[in-house]
Write a protein that binds this ligand. Structure first.
Ligand code: NAP
Length: 333
């Protein structure tokens, strides 16, 4: 059987293909990458195929995923391009069914499809909010729900959700930062619910990565993309700009048996240029107890000296930048 991309169907197993699986996959498994027509998704799809996965390349239009599929097929891999809007339940279910029928049951899912609709809160429209929530959050939910039964059946599954360092808060991204923070909570719940079925779930929260998305951000801010990239690397100790292939490498690891054996699930990792970092699990920092319960007056009296606050790094950074600007300094010049 040949699919619409001219690939052999599921009957052509790994043994019939050239030995290209130098990666962590001992037998061919099927992965879906959403938003895989370009940027991080395309790099991830190509890398997963090089590591022995057959890849469902999902993007808004089937046509736009063809380039990624061609790259995979010309390197000896198997892939199919499927057009679907990840925020639409019927399209998601049809896309997952098509990947399963053309490549085999889905064992790995990378929820990567994304959009930005940046604006300061007072200018952000309902549509800006809904679009970002629907693609990132609802899209990841619909995709996970559609594939989970196939993973449970195989007693094997790997889910990676693309979060962002913007989950910490970022000016002009109330919608995007809420969605990306939401994806972290979603990931932890998946790890809890699906762990007993051999499924791991992790989030990758990249810092600045050179793609069309960051080029669009630079354009919106009226900054030349080269200058924008330089400014981004200046915030990293080792000045190396992040590339889609860096994220792909981390995703490959998170999908591997080695990661599962190491108990890697429910985690959030940042990759940004030269940096690879794990995020702390959100946890209570300090607590106080009042046997008779808390009144507003009691809280106002006790909170400042006991429970206190935990300084927000982005606020501290913004305050330092504003102070530098007031003083006429240009620390990044
Ligand atoms: P990108 O270059 O803009 O690519 C995003 C892809 O997603 C595009 O192919 C786009 O298709 C597709 N897409 C958008 N809406 C979709 C939908 N409803 N259904 C299916 N596909 C859809 O973005 P990127 O920079 O590679 O980012 C990939 C992911 O990483 C995103 O989730 C992003 O938020 C996250 N991330 C990126 C960075 C960064 O610095 N680049 C940092 C942190 C996190 P069209 O081309 O047709 O629109």
């Amino acid at each position: 059987m040949a699919d619409s991309s001219g690939n052999p169907g599921p009957s052509a197993g790994a043994a019939e293909r050239s030995p290209r699986s130098s990666g962590p996959v001992s037998k061919e498994r099927v992965a879906i990458v959403t938003g895989a027509a370009r940027g991080i998704g395309a790099a991830t799809a190509v890398r997963l195929a090089a590591d022995g996965y057959a890849v469902g390349v999902i993007d808004l239009a089937e046509e736009s995923g063809k380039e990624t599929v061609d790259k995979i097929v010309s390197a000896g891999g198997r892939a199919v391009a499927v057009g679907a809007d990840v925020s639409d339940r019927a399209q998601v279910e049809a896309a997952v069914a098509r990947v399963a029928s053309e490549l085999g049951p889905v064992a790995a899912l990378v929820n990567n499809a994304g959009v930005i609709r940046d604006n300061m809160l007072f200018k952000m429209t309902d549509d800006d909010w809904d679009t970002v929530m629907n693609v990132h959050l609802k899209g990841a939910f619909l995709m996970c729900r559609a594939v989970q039964s196939q993973m449970v059946e195989q007693k094997f599954g790997r889910i990676v959700n693309l979060s962002s360092s913007s989950a910490l808060g970022n000016r002009g991204q109330a919608n995007y930062s809420a969605a990306k923070a939401g994806l972290q909570g979603f990931t932890k719940t998946l790890a809890l619910e699906l762990g007993k079925f051999g499924v791991t779930a992790n989030a990758v929260a990249p810092g600045f990565i050179v793609t069309d998305m960051t080029a669009a951000t630079a354009e919106r801010m009226g900054v030349d993309f080269e200058t924008f990239q330089q400014a981004a690397t200046e915030r990293i100790a080792v000045r190396r700009v992040g590339r889609p292939e860096d994220v792909a490498a981390l995703v490959v690891y998170l999908l591997s048996d080695r990661a599962r054996e190491g108990g890697v699930t429910g985690q959030v990792y940042t990759i940004a240029g030269a940096k690879l970092a794990v995020w702390a699990q959100p946890r209570e920092l300090r607590a106080a107890y009042a046997s008779g319960g808390w009144s507003a007056e009691k809280i106002a009296e006790f909170l400042p000296g006991s429970v206190g606050t935990d300084p927000m790094p982005m606020l501290t950074q913004v305050a330092a930048m504003e102070k530098a600007a007031r003083g006429g300094e240009r620390p990044n010049a």
